[in-house]
Design a protein around this ligand. Sequence first.
Ligand SMILES: [Zn+2]
Length: 311
Amino acid sequence: MNATEIFNETRYDGTPPAYTSAGGKKRLLIKNDGKHPCAVCGRSDIEEGYSTYKAKGGLGVISESFGESSSLKNPESPIVCRNCEAAVRDEARSFNGVILGGGRSYIIAGLDNKNIGKDGYITMKDVANMLLSPPPPPFVVAFNKNYVGKDGTHFLHKAIVNYSRGSYYASINDEYILVNTNLLSRFQEFLGLHSAPKAAFSLYSMRYILNCMIDLDQIRLEESTETETDDPRLLRKRKYRDAKKEKLIKVIEKEKAFADNRSLLEAIFASSDNMKSIGMYLRCLNAGKAKAAEEKKALKAQKKEAEKNVQ
Ligand SMILES: [Zn+2]
């Protein structure tokens, strides 16, 4: 099973409506008899499909100027299977992402996406929760290179099919990010515990504080083993170190919430993959927040308008 098959099954029950271009042209349906694999996904059991490139009598699935032939399993093949044809249409390219599985397709609409609110579309706020609790396997979590709307790229055929809900890969176009749901839920708890201090939304400041804590530990370790000395060079070194210690303590005290959660921070930064997944999660949260603020503002304006009408 591959990602385009799951897309076709969950979004179109396996039978997408026929594709017609804006100019009214149709794809060229061709027979295969198992001779060629699908140019996109490489499956080799197709009897009928669509012409890969422009041909006499119909549209090709892939444009001659497609710049990512390396992402295709068999770019030389003349045929594309039905699943992949549906997954590389302009509509699919405009999605900001998808979460597919459990018989349903959730299409992600970024902030600028005009499909927000339409049936089957979810926003980044929903994504944050779905990352913690993905659909039953096999499932796909895939993001386009642009997550706010407009100008996407073909990304579905590059997504990974997952079979574990606790640890899975989310793809962002060409990148594959290992998401650990246990770690994500701990992080969410952490944000909740400290009512999301401002710095929590910057991975860099969190990393900075963690580094300060590590440096401070190192200084304390050095202090615990040092002996008395009159050596001016050594004394100068210690004076410099004491000043650094003072500075580190000040930083950490300012961010007490982080200092108290050192082990969690260390777990979060233990792997770059996890750091990325959390970065992605934060982007989702932020996008969700921006949207919520917008909705609140619109509601307030509506209420004001209604009051005006009553008077
Ligand atoms: Zn295919």
